[in-house]
Design a binder for this molecule. Structure first.
Ligand code: PLP
Length: 405
């Protein structure tokens, strides 16, 4: 019965063009990757889909640091953090992170998690008790939504970036604790939350601001300190989450917050307590990553990335202007995430397939990851790309546009 039920549901997904298929990356994450699909030979592709924004995932210094970390601390942590898995490498990374972000959150403490998904479940589950209300932007990442669903606190969602609605929700709220939750850079749209206004609302209504900076940390702000730095904000009201598998090029995530919040998470966060600690070698490699992204090399890579973003946006604007009948849209954002919104699921899949046939890897993103009717190509750029790579993507899109018009 179960198998029939699931087969039927899978067929429904097929009918709506919603079935997802995995590709197999045969080589390291980089702009040019060898990729295969089930049953197909691998081939070289030019990829515009990773979140490796600074091109650090395959950096020799990080590969060396990972190997050195493994030699020093072994392959695995052996236990959860509260038993015996919390190594010197984890502790040192947390200190480095707190020092790096001190200009934005002076007295905060850092806590390292296995993944950003787990950090968000931890945050909302541990802070969202019955005395709290969670206020969440409708386009927040799935991990924040899932965290809120696990919490005892009720969740109120506000339309994307609609702070008027949020203000009236906060005004009516009777619980003593109010948690405003937002992506800093929205993961499928690439636009920024209005953090200065959100902080003003948090101050006005005595709320806390949980900021998920998965796509801003390492990319935006002075020395890559992220979206708080981009807006030159500093406040004790922030509860900041950054991931280390994107711009930092390795994996894992951290929460940076008031020391009492961090202590509460250590005591109660289920995704921290009931899981084996990340291998210490990863934490060791992340210390090198932090030095790279916070140094001159990071600045150089960020400048190159920004130049590529400008080039791509100009190309996309010209493409859309040349093919108005397609009704493609781009978002108003200057980040490394540049969605090309085509609307229909089939159209997004066909466009992605047309690019794939030209050796370009740009996956189609469909509901429920994005709202119905807004299927898109999520084009992501990396400092590992060259201008010629972006040019090749534009030529591929132009060819596809002519096919579809
Ligand atoms: C906005 C946002 N938050 C959290 C996460 C989860 O982070 P991680 O991949 O480290 O689990 C992602 C990742 O994909 C994300 O885009």
């Amino acid at each position: 019965m179960l198998i029939e039920h699931l087969s039927c549901r899978l067929r429904e997904r097929d009918a709506q063009s919603l079935r997802r298929r995995r590709r197999i990356a045969e080589s390291a994450c980089s702009a040019h990757q060898r990729v295969s699909a089930e049953g197909c030979q691998g081939r070289e592709m030019l990829a515009f889909c990773s979140n490796d924004y600074l091109g650090l995932a395959n950096h020799p210094a990080l590969i060396d640091a990972l190997a050195e970390g493994a030699r020093r601390y072994g392959a695995g942590s052996g236990a959860s953090h509260l038993i015996s898995g919390h190594s010197r490498a984890h502790a040192a990374l947390e200190e480095d992170l707190a020092a790096f972000l001190a200009p934005c959150m002076p007295n905060a403490k850092a806590m390292f998690f296995c993944t950003g998904y787990m950090a968000n479940l931890a945050l909302l589950g541990a802070l969202g008790d019955a005395s709290a209300t969670i206020f969440a932007d409708k386009l927040n990442h799935a991990s924040l939504i899932d965290g809120a669903l696990l919490a005892k606190a009720p969740m109120q969602r506000f339309a994307h970036r609609n702070l008027q609605v949020l203000a009236s929700q906060l005004e009516r709220c009777a619980t003593p604790i109010k948690l405003i939750v937002t992506d800093a850079v929205f993961s499928m749209d690439g636009d920024l939350a209005d953090l200065p206004e959100l902080l003003a609302l948090a101050e006005r209504f005595d709320a806390w601001l949980i900021v998920d900076d998965a796509h801003g940390f390492g990319v935006l702000g002075r020395r890559g300190r992220g979206t708080l730095s981009h807006f030159a904000l500093s406040s004790e009201r922030f509860i900041y989450m950054g991931t280390m598998g994107k711009a930092a090029g390795v994996g894992g995530a951290f929460v940076l917050a008031h020391s009492t919040v961090v202590e509460w998470l250590i005591q109660t966060a289920r995704t921290y307590i009931y899981t084996t600690a990340t291998p210490p070698a990863i934490a060791h490699a992340l210390r090198s990553s932090l030095r790279l992204l916070g140094g001159d090399e990071g600045d150089r890579r960020r400048a190159e990335l920004m130049a590529l973003i400008g080039l791509l946006r100009r190309g996309l604007q010209a493409l859309i202007a040349a093919h108005p009948s397609l009704e493609w849209k781009i978002a108003d954002c200057a980040t490394a995430i540049q969605p090309l919104i085509v609307g229909d699921n089939d159209a997004a899949l066909a466009l992605s397939a047309a690019l794939e046939s030209q050796g370009l890897w740009v996956p189609a993103i469909r509901p429920p990851t994005v709202p119905r009717g807004s299927a898109r190509l999520r084009i992501t750029l990396s400092a590992a790309h060259t201008r010629a790579d972006v040019q090749r993507l534009m030529e591929g899109l132009e060819l596809a546009a002519r096919m579809f018009r």
